[in-house]
Design a protein around this ligand. Structure first.
Ligand code: SF4
Ligand code: SF4
Length: 439
């Protein structure tokens, strides 16, 4: 019997709801007439525009750069004219500064020729990743070049590729593993060269046997005496794809408190990010389009789509034949960690991985009640925190005192809220606590 790797503490088993889109091959959504590109696409500093109104831009041209702080440049997802430097609806903030491009549909598409990365040294390769505006495309969007430059005090021996995709509904990584396995393995080898490391483990949950097979074949074919890439199947348990849990599942090493994965000799990248790194280095293609899962019973067509950054939800809905009467809630991200949105004017960013149009039967609308102190949330928390205490303190107006319960170690996975029989909105309480408490 195959050994399935997993983390020891907490975790839950929500219905995976992936059947809706798992068999939908990646399809390209046509570029809309206008793209709204938000200047702050990721964690860290927002970009400063390098273009002005009425400028013409080509596909892939840099339109924003980070002058100070942690960040990466921004590129035009399509050729066109700068129509507006304004404000756009944002998935988490109310509004955010953006650049609007009026797309020139007549402009010829960029050609991306294959180049030989093996002759480049690590410093050059990191520079290419940074210049391509690469960020982690599965989460908060941490700039990839920073992850590829761990502190010299942390010797790295293992690269982990995150192919767990444990959030329900989402199948964008799954489809990339099926359709672009060679590119992912080539991307892994580029990262291994940058890190000066031989071993890469690709962690994939056991509910994706086809991906395990295809990626396993690509890994065997791509492995050399210099680079050893292998696939390890993971137990199906949420949040298997969270960085700390994944590291512990696959290596048995525990990342302490606020330490980085590099403190235990590991660097983690998502499989989709790794494919994008391949495109940046081998094809010279900046990050300006995303593979996004659109799912749920509230939209007429579901699938996995290649979409230009800056495309609005309304354009995606139109391509998918509109929403239907069953639509009750729209979520950007997965149902466990995503955010409700109320506007279709929101443009997608480099970190958008899925958009869910959920019907009433797909969501739980039971009103919440008082904590019955059952302790289920403690058992479910993979970080060993006390979510009930954090929530009780917030309700009592004492959010600033929640540091003692490790509020900043919470990565908002939602396991606690998922198991709570009183349906308490524990993650929302925790977010409020983080605003009040000081680290
Ligand atoms: S949301 Fe935070 S407190 Fe709740 S289970 Fe996840 S890590 Fe623990
Ligand atoms: S699971 Fe809900 S009801 Fe039970 S202790 Fe935690 S917060 Fe209270």
């Amino acid at each position: 019997m195959t050994t399935l790797f997993t983390f020891p503490k907490g975790g839950v088993h929500p219905p995976d709801a992936k059947k809706l889109t798992a068999d939908c091959p990646i399809e390209t959504i046509p570029t809309p007439d206008e793209l709204e590109i938000i200047l702050g696409q990721h964690i860290g500093a927002p970009c400063t525009p390098t273009v002005e109104r009425r400028d013409t831009v080509s596909e892939g041209q840099m339109i924003g750069e980070v002058k100070k702080g942690l960040g990466v440049p921004l590129h035009a997802p399509a050729a066109g004219t700068i129509k507006l430097m304004g404000m756009s609806d944002h998935p988490m903030q109310v509004k955010a500064p953006s650049i609007t491009i009026k797309v020139d549909h007549e402009a010829s598409a960029n050609e991306h020729n294959v180049s030989d990365w093996s002759q480049r040294d690590a410093k050059e390769l990191v520079g290419l990743v940074r210049d391509a505006g690469m960020v982690g495309i599965g989460g908060a969007g941490f700039p990839s070049h920073v992850k590829l430059s761990p502190p010299p005090s942390d010797p790295i021996d293992t690269l982990i590729l995150n192919g767990a995709e444990c959030e329900p509904y989402i199948t964008s990584d799954y489809r990339q593993m099926l359709e672009m396995s060679t590119e992912i393995v080539e991307g892994a080898k580029i990262i291994l060269k940058i890190l000066g490391v031989k071993n890469c483990i690709i962690g994939i949950e056991a509910n994706k046997p086809e991906a395990i097979k295809v990626m396993g074949e690509a890994a065997a074919e791509g492995s050399t005496s210099e680079f050893n890439v292998q696939v390890s199947p993971l137990e199906v348990k949420y949040p298997q794809g969270s960085e700390k849990q994944l590291i512990q599942s696959l290596t048995g090493r525990k990342v302490k408190g606020f330490a980085l994965p590099s403190s235990v000799g590991v660097v983690v990248h998502n499989v989709g990010t790794t494919r994008a790194i391949y495109e940046a280095v081998v094809l010279g293609k900046p990050l300006y389009e995303k593979i996004v899962t659109v799912s749920g019973l509230g939209i007429n067509k579901v699938g996995n789509f290649k979409i230009k950054v800056g495309t609005k939800l309304s354009d995606i809905v139109e391509y998918c034949g509109g929403t239907n009467d069953r639509l009750s809630k729209i979520i950007m991200g997965g149902p466990m960690m995503g955010f409700n949105v109320s506007s279709l004017d929101i443009p997608i960013t480099k970190t958008t991985g899925s958009i869910l149009f959920l019907a009433e039967e797909e969501i739980d609308t039971t009103p919440h009640s008082n904590c019955i102190r059952c302790g289920w949330c403690l058992e479910a928390c993979p970080m060993g925190l006390e979510p009930k205490e954090i929530a009780i303190h917030v309700e009592a107006g004492k959010g600033e005192d929640t540091n003692q319960f490790g509020v900043f170690e919470c990565f908002e996975c939602g396991c606690c809220a998922y198991v709570c029989p009183a349906k308490r909105p524990l993650v929302q309480f925790i977010r409020l606590a983080k605003m009040k408490a000081k680290r």
